[in-house]
Design a protein around this ligand. Sequence first.
Ligand code: FES
Length: 119
Amino acid sequence: MAEKRDWHRIATRYELEHDQVLEEQTVKVVEVEGQLICLGKYKGNYYALRNKCMHAGGYLGEGQCDFEGNVICPFHRYRYSLITGKNTSGEGYYARTYPLEMREDGLYIGLKVKSWWKF
Ligand code: FES
């Protein structure tokens, strides 16, 4: 069964067309419904990861993006693929990825619908 998601706009079409969201090969933190997300741009595409590094909680969105599309954690410099979330520096971690959807009016992120019993 497919996971149910709520979709939230994180950038307008205007912002995207005027390069006001992110510069190429950079990351930043965005807050969506109280969740911190690492939003990255690589080769013209946007990607979203959980902002928290699985090693010791570094904020990935405050790191850097390398020339291969990996976000580098600002704490201990472990790397995660923006595309897959896989830790590419060899420590065996994964960062949760979020689906993004380009729509007519902007860029949307899909967050899992929280079940009331998990609050
Ligand atoms: S907290 Fe991210 S590499 Fe250590």
